[in-house]
Design a protein around this ligand. Sequence first.
Ligand code: ADP
Length: 140
Amino acid sequence: MAIQRTFSIIKPDATKRNLTGKIAAKFEDAGLRIVASKRIQLTLAQAQQFYGVHSERPFFGELCEFMISEPIVVQVLEGEDAIAKNREVMGATNPADAADGTIRKEFALSIGENSVHGSDAPETAAEEIAFFFSGLELVG
Ligand code: ADP
């Protein structure tokens, strides 16, 4: 499997509880390199655009309000099979279903406030990276 890049968000429930470093360590321990990282405050319009694919879902409003409730940390992770590896380290969407040792099992509060986002495919990874970062900010 080739070297890939994927996009990650450390979500408001985690930044609020000062878990940024502990979550970043999970990525690094899994062999992922953080090649870009910044702490930002999303606007409502940006949150709605980012999660546009979920706009018809009943939790869309709640999700967007949550994502702007505190700053987030957006990162680009690089490594072999990075997209799948990151999803594995994150664990299932609902922390009740997440495997032991995963970020969501250890830190997530609920299915909505679940500490991290990670791209689910190469196309979404490329789109999400481009949404938040310029090429100059990616330092492999
Ligand atoms: P994942 O983040 O694991 O890829 P999804 O793409 O299905 O999961 O959902 C995106 C995000 O929407 C989730 O991470 C979570 O924050 C939120 N979400 C998903 N399902 C629910 C739900 N039933 N109730 C509230 N929030 C939800």
